[in-house]
Design a protein around this ligand. Sequence first.
Ligand SMILES: Nc1ncnc2c1ncn2[C@@H]1O[C@H](COP(=O)(O)OP(=O)(O)OP(=O)(O)O)[C@@H](O)[C@H]1O
Length: 328
Amino acid sequence: MDVTPGAGHGAASITLERIRKRYPDGTEAVRELSLEVKAGELVVLIGPSGCGKSTVLRMINRLIEPTDGRILLGDDDVTRVDPVTLRRRIGYVIQNVGLFPHQTVAANVATVPGLLGWPRERTRARVDELLKLVGLDPGQFGRRYPHELSGGQRQRVGVARALAADPVVLLMDEPFSAVDPIVRTRLQEEFLRLQAELRKTIVLVTHDLDEAVRLGDRIAVLSEGGRLEQYDTPAAVLGSPASPFVREFVGADRGIRKLAVTPVTREVLDPLPADGGAGLPTVPLGGSAYDALGGLLTSGAEHAVVTENGRPVGLLSRARVLGLGVLD
Ligand SMILES: Nc1ncnc2c1ncn2[C@@H]1O[C@H](COP(=O)(O)OP(=O)(O)OP(=O)(O)O)[C@@H](O)[C@H]1O
């Protein structure tokens, strides 16, 4: 089994082997797709509307049955596992969360532990732990009903519910798209922190390229019929699109987007001047080239001092930063 270093407890790889989905009306939603997601990896499926992203996601937890092909969770063929048992091992988060409106937040999060017959105390402790994990105070929010929450809070409850029974895989279909852009960015940041801790295997569907670039360890770009156009890191998808389709899809501003996923490394630094760069703006080593450029433009300076643990290690020029956004 393919596992990324530091994969979370029980995280399983997902292997799609030549899967196909033809709906009863003859629509070929997915013609043939093979894809491997390593244990502990966050993979984003992106592509234009109708290209089959949701169909692929729902075949993994068998809300939709594949017409052909195999899907493995770790070494288990999902088509041989009872679908209900399967879904308890897989967390699923959808756009409008799908919380039960007449149940409290705590009861919503406790859904799967309840189905699994966990003792009440264990369930209660788990619910409290998860609400804290997603940044909601259990005492304050546990007794509320979904309509008494903001959109962002509902989304967090959705994530807590999906994580409740410690699933081996998390599937997320446009999880952050129902909230406004500012809340979305904050939820994405919180989610990345959570994932750094949990290291679940996650497949996330989105329309939003910035979200894909920000969240994905790897991005799978799909075109109509679930055709895999490129499967690579965000920097590679932006920097070296594998086909005219991908080039067009990632758009004209991909150079800027590439800066956002490219760190400032020692290789691009010049030596510090004799005065140590006094008065120049500072940027951290390992920070994004995009943020470094932002710092340079805001201060109006041509150079910034790059620091590591607060100590200056070199000089970064505007030209060097812009060079990092140059594309193949
Ligand atoms: N139950 C169904 N019966 C027939 N065709 C369907 C069914 N569900 C989806 N489709 C079709 O399958 C194709 C893929 O749909 P899917 O929802 O997987 O795409 P998507 O990439 O997730 O789209 P979007 O980004 O708009 O949500 C589309 O052409 C859609 O119309």
